[in-house]
Design a protein around this ligand. Structure first.
Ligand code: XLS
Ligand code: MG
Length: 342
């Protein structure tokens, strides 16, 4: 089976970081989508304001019109929208978080903004809503009551589930950054909170490689855990060099064996057979020149495909022999050789 890939417009960024401004011109959405298509991408991941820039200052009619334009562009290119995620971490009203803000007005804003994201998804004919809980956590631990916060997260999920009975939601877990401590740091936490909602079957997860590494966990096992619960609605494959800032490196760039095992668990469990995409969430390095800023994406696809081939070559009989003899050194060497040899 061949996998279908998705990527988000934010992956081809202008290169700003905490210590310096933008270094590349911004590329219009339509150009990014055309280029994605050329690179073999089948679906686009969207934040609500990727579809409708400056969304907070636009009327519902304007939002509908602009989303309609993007839908036409997608159709013309033979692309689909994979998900729409309310970007609840950039607006000034989400400075203390969205759903878990201490200010009731700001919590209301988060709910309304999510509703708009669902409306946009409908226009794009997309049935998946993404929630990366960026600021749902604390900088000062004592500033939020954790139990109340979990309740508020469930309220937010229920609100979306009620508003549109045809959508599914994924939670993208991450342990920290931009907050010091997140309320839902791992896939296990996300799956547990899903159980508290009014329609838990419609609430699943998105495992991002870098986020698992930042939590000190193995991404392949996090993927497997979600698959076990039939809750892996999508993945964000990328890579991360240990416990640093969130790097969103090209898939496989830091830990090939760990990447191999992510592909392996996806292949072995028929991921994609329910229409799921292999999502990439990789950032162009700040040092890349504008013309070369798609390489993190194209290289990730290449690496994924090479690793998929290796998985298909994996000798399960030999694996069994090693397991029967409890010779895991031999098995480990076999995997390393498989990865090293062409
Ligand atoms: C940031 C997140 C973000 C989500 C989509 O770390 O990965 O890009 O994937 O909202
Ligand atoms: Mg992500």
């Amino acid at each position: 089976m061949s996998f279908k890939f998705s990527a988000g417009p934010w992956n081809v960024s202008e290169g700003a970081d905490r210590f310096g401004p933008t270094v590349r011109a911004s590329i219009p959405l339509i150009e990014k989508m055309e280029k994605f298509k050329e690179l073999g991408i089948d679906a686009i991941q969207f934040h609500d304001d990727d579809v409708v820039p400056d969304i907070s200052n636009k009327s519902p009619e304007q939002i509908e019109k602009e989303a309609g334009t993007v839908k036409k562009q997608l159709d013309n290119l033979g692309l689909v929208a994979e998900f729409v995620a309310p970007r609840l971490w950039e607006d000034i009203r989400t400075v203390d978080g969205g759903f878990t803000s201490n200010d009731p007005q700001e919590r209301k804003y988060a709910l309304n903004r999510s509703k708009t994201a669902v409306d946009i998804a409908q226009i794009l004919n997309c049935k998946l809503i993404g929630l990366w809980y960026a600021r749902e956590g604390t900088h000062c631990y004592e500033s939020k009551n954790p139990i109340e916060s979990f309740d508020r997260l469930v309220e937010g999920l229920n609100y979306i589930l009620e508003y549109d009975k045809s959508v599914k939601i994924f939670i993208e877990s991450k342990p920290n950054e931009p907050v010091d401590r997140s309320f839902l740091p791992t896939i296990g936490h996300a799956l547990a909170i899903a159980e508290k909602t009014i329609d838990s079957l419609r609430v699943g997860v998105n495992l991002e490689t870098a986020h698992a590494v930042l939590a000190g966990l193995d991404p392949a096992t996090e993927i497997a855990f979600a698959l076990y619960f039939k809750k892996l609605f999508t993945v964000h494959l990328n890579d991360q060099n240990g416990l640093r800032y969130d790097q969103d490196k090209a898939f496989g760039a830091e830990n090939l064996r760990q990447s191999f095992n992510q592909v392996k668990v996806l292949v072995e469990n028929n991921y994609g057979s329910g229409g799921e995409f292999v999502g990439l969430d990789v950032q162009a390095m700040r040092t890349q020149k504008l013309e070369e800023s798609y390489k993190a994406i194209s290289n990730s696809i290449k690496i994924f495909n090479i690793l998929e081939e290796k998985v298909r070559k994996f000798d399960y009989d030999f694996q069994k022999k090693c397991i029967d003899r409890r010779d895991y050194e031999e098995l480990e060497f076999y995997v390393l050789e498989l990865l090293l040899k062409s």
